[in-house]
Design a binder for this molecule. Structure first.
Ligand SMILES: [Zn+2]
Length: 211
């Protein structure tokens, strides 16, 4: 039985209820919002709906992961715009948890280095161990010695700190590598994804060496 079916929904056909249920899976979308979105979609003409379904059907094929940093790219094995750019400083890598934080830092407009997307933070109780993050790929990128600084831009919460300590331990084995972290100024526990561009830029330019 459809979990959102109740008396007030009896007038909706099953296909409409299924659409509402799917839309409710999006972040921040409650039942009322999902109903409004579904109604809007129902009003679209067939060609617009076909365009949307085409985009959705091709999503995983047309959007790839950058083989260098793990950011979104425009197809399988395609470099992301940052890694493909000749204007970036290839001696600095900023380590972030996910693509959202990369976008936040890019919005700041001041960082000119490269990135590395970890794919999360360490949380062993939830099954996120070092092996499930892209730490081996990061070490591989550092192996040829062309990178001389790694900036750890992890969220200042408990898991972010644990990940930072773990990474620092591994990275310090490379004694010529400069390891830094964002300056204080981000509120404790704050999600970098939602920091404003000016705050991120200040935290980056004021970065400090990790002891
Ligand atoms: Zn990339």
């Amino acid at each position: 039985m459809n979990p959102i079916r109740d008396n007030s929904n009896e007038l909706y056909p099953d296909a409409f209820l299924n659409l509402i249920e799917l839309l409710r899976g999006l972040p921040g979308v409650g039942k009322r919002s999902a109903e409004r979105m579904a109604m809007q979609l129902y009003k679209w003409n067939d060609s617009r709906l076909a365009a949307l379904s085409g985009i959705l059907a091709d999503l995983h094929e047309k959007i790839g992961t950058c083989p260098e940093c793990g950011a979104m790219s425009s197809g399988k094995d395609a470099l992301c715009p940052v890694c493909a750019s000749s204007k970036r400083d290839r001696s600095i890598i900023c380590v972030v948890e996910d693509f959202t934080q990369l976008r936040t830092i890019e919005a700041g407009g001041t960082y000119r280095g490269l990135y590395h997307i970890l794919g999360g933070k360490l949380a062993p109780l939830e099954g996120r161990t070092a092996e499930s993050l892209t730490i081996p790929a990061l070490l591989k990128r550092l192996a040829d010695g062309s990178v001389n600084e790694v900036i750890l831009a992890l969220c200042p919460d408990v898991e972010g700190r644990a990940t930072e300590v773990y990474l620092t331990g591994i990275l310090k084995e490379n004694t010529t590598l400069k390891i830094s972290r964002l300056a204080q100024g981000l509120p404790a526990g704050a999600d970098i994804s939602f920091a404003d561009a000016a705050t991120i830029s200040a935290a980056l330019s004021g970065r400090r060496p990790v002891e």
